[in-house]
Design a protein around this ligand. Structure first.
Ligand code: THU
Length: 130
């Protein structure tokens, strides 16, 4: 499928996940409109609220490299690296996507061989915007 390459890189990003508290390892790959891929993994903290999700790390990497336009993000996550669940992005990550992406931005999730692609407007149908 057209996002196989993005999922493969997300599985690579997941290997860097720092998750000693939840043991839920997440990797994300954000596809910029120019074709460049930005990776992120979750970075946990002993002060749990200071944890950063993989998706927001990927956005931070891309934004700090000057990118402003994105078409898709692949997310893989699971308890330990050996298996993968449908890792639906949390509300805070959806809000960050909402800041930088249009309604048709695609969110690619997988569980083993099963792949699901959602539009941002399906997961966050009513956005907060200033
Ligand atoms: N996590 C993500 O990286 N992305 C999400 O969208 C949901 C949750 C991380 C945060 C924490 O390190 C672990 O998964 C368990 O919540």
């Amino acid at each position: 499928m057209k996002y196989d390459f993005l999922i493969k890189e997300a599985l690579e990003a997941q290997k860097s996940s720092y998750a000693p508290y939840s043991h839920f390892n997440v990797g994300a790959t954000l596809l910029a409109d120019d074709g460049k891929v930005y990776k992120g993994c979750n970075v946990e903290n002993s002060s749990y609220g200071a944890t950063i999700c993989a998706e927001r790390v990927a956005f931070g990497n891309a934004i700090s490299d000057g990118k402003r336009s994105f078409s898709a993000i692949a997310i893989v996550g699971g308890k330990d690296l050996s298996h993968c669940e449908m890792a639906i992005p949390c509300g805070m990550c959806l809000q960050v996507m909402s800041e930088h992406c249009s309604d048709d931005f695609e969110i690619v999730l997988c569980k083993g061989e099963e792949i699901k692609v959602y539009k941002l407007c399906e997961l966050l149908p009513n956005r907060f915007k200033l």
